[in-house]
Design a protein around this ligand. Sequence first.
Ligand code: SF4
Length: 108
Amino acid sequence: MEKANRYIFAGEVIKVPVAWDEALGREAEDYEDYYDGPVYTPAGRPVLLTIEDACPEAEMVDDDPASIDCGSCRHYHQFPGSLLGVCNNEKRRARRSGQSTKTKEEMT
Ligand code: SF4
């Protein structure tokens, strides 16, 4: 059975695989395996690394010019002890599997 960390956000369970990490010398979340392409919760919320570049719909928690990634956005909910989190911005939510998450402004 594959090991995984389980997080719950807005009633959804998000499972992140855990594997042996040679560099760390212990088990750790396997971001490479998990993050091979866009990842969404069952309800279509993006699951993102905290260091992902901020999108045009970002709303930063402060005015610091160094705030350039999802981890600084008020829509981002980071999982405790993880580098992953969920974007809860409705504008970034996928309506169906495979559907673009771009806004109308980005498509024009
Ligand atoms: S709205 Fe979502 S995708 Fe955009 S910067 Fe914020 S957390 Fe990241």
